[in-house]
Design a binder for this molecule. Structure first.
Ligand code: PMP
Length: 360
């Protein structure tokens, strides 16, 4: 640490979900898609190999145009980055600083803490209500930059567009950032509000619904003037961050959007199955509109459940954080994976019951 600048000493660490690719684990810990990318993606990526000596398009023009068409805005309303994490980091740089804090919920996506720490931006936290829902009044007339993951992670709850509009209208002088990483699984997207509210910025990702987590593709959507401001930051720090392969993959994914929307419907069906099956086994499960469920086990603590599932080949996510330490976040995989998970839980419960009987 001898050379690191004082302000950056002691940065918190982001603990990514365990990465156990290819070791026989079912990865239900990072909210990836269980489905592979659509067929056109492989071909589009392959076509770029022979052109890798050339720089990629810094404007990501074709990718932006393709995504703009999918969501129904013009390309100048869209900016592309290396995953939505990068886009969010630029938004922190652009719309907050040491004397302009960001207001956000106490329980939300934990990477925000690191962006803020790295940039010296204070965070002000509005506690979620006891039932983990957002108290909209906390954000109305806040008079500061607001950040909401909608749907929120790890709860899986979303606010309706009308609530987002209320928050945006009551903060005419402040940028409101809505992180819609999980918006494709049943929540209402507020991207169209960006056409009416010049300070609303919406971020999206191709890491979840579009099966491209490893390609790193994310977007910001806003009115052209706001996007231009964000673009001036992007220009200064990482103009070429979306590789040739990623741009081609993203464009192909836009062309094959129906494939991904169909996969989302499959996830939604398996989410309904998993939610009910967990509840039948005594879990408390929040009503998710995402590709994960947030659940508390009724018969053992969350850390023990996480360990027991790991032994049986399933990775799930848990945090040692206030309010949520006894909850697990479980990604929705294929229907077969969900049925296997439930069978593993039955096995864990049975083993626990047997131990309890022995102890009697
Ligand atoms: N926002 C939320 C709420 C997330 O959960 C994630 C993924 N972990 C991201 C943003 C970032 O996703 P990516 O950088 O892969 O687009």
């Amino acid at each position: 640490m001898a050379y690191l600048m004082q302000g950056l000493c002691g940065l918190p660490r982001y603990e990514p979900g365990e990465h156990e690719e290819g070791e026989g684990f079912v990865r239900l810990n990072t909210n990836e898609s269980p489905f592979p990318p659509s067929p056109g993606v492989a071909q589009a990526v392959a076509e770029q190999i022979d052109r890798l000596q050339f720089y990629n398009d810094p404007d990501c023009a074709a990718l932006r145009a393709a995504f703009a068409k999918v969501i129904g805005v013009t390309p100048d309303c869209v900016l592309a980055g290396n995953g939505s994490d990068e886009v969010l980091y630029w938004a922190f740089m652009a719309f907050a600083d040491a004397s302009h804090p960001i207001l956000l919920p106490d329980v939300t996506y934990s990477y925000y803490d690191l962006f803020a720490a790295a940039l010296g931006i204070p965070l002000e936290r509005a506690p979620l209500k006891g039932d983990f829902t957002v108290d909209v009044s906390d954000y109305c007339g806040a008079g500061r930059t607001v950040l909401l993951a909608n749907p929120n992670a790890p709860t899986g709850y979303a606010l309706p567009v009308s609530s987002i509009e209320w928050i945006v209208r009551s903060n005419p002088q402040s940028v409101v950032i809505i992180d819609e990483a999980y918006a494709d699984f049943g929540a209402e997207s507020c991207v169209m509000l960006t056409q009416r509210y010049p300070k609303l910025l919406v971020t999206r990702t191709f890491s979840k619904a579009r099966s491209l987590a490893g390609a790193r593709i994310g977007f910001a959507v806003g009115c052209p003037a706001l996007i231009e401001e964000l673009n001036s930051v992007r220009n200064a720090v990482n103009l070429y961050s979306v590789s040739r392969m990623a741009q081609a993959a993203g464009e192909a994914a836009c062309r094959e959007n129906d494939y991904y929307m169909n996969n989302c419907r499959r996830i939604v069906a398996s989410r309904a199955y998993a939610t009910q099956a967990l509840r039948d086994r005594g879990f408390t499960v929040l009503d998710s509109v995402t590709n994960f469920v947030f659940a508390r086990c009724g018969f053992m603590d969350a850390a023990a459940l996480q360990r027991a599932l790991r032994v049986r080949g399933f990775l799930v996510r848990r945090w040692d954080a206030p309010r949520i330490a006894d909850w697990c976040r479980i990604t929705i995989g294929t229907q077969a994976q969900m049925e296997a998970l439930i069978a593993a839980i039955d096995d864990i419960k049975k083993e626990g019951d047997t131990h309890a009987q022995r102890a009697d």
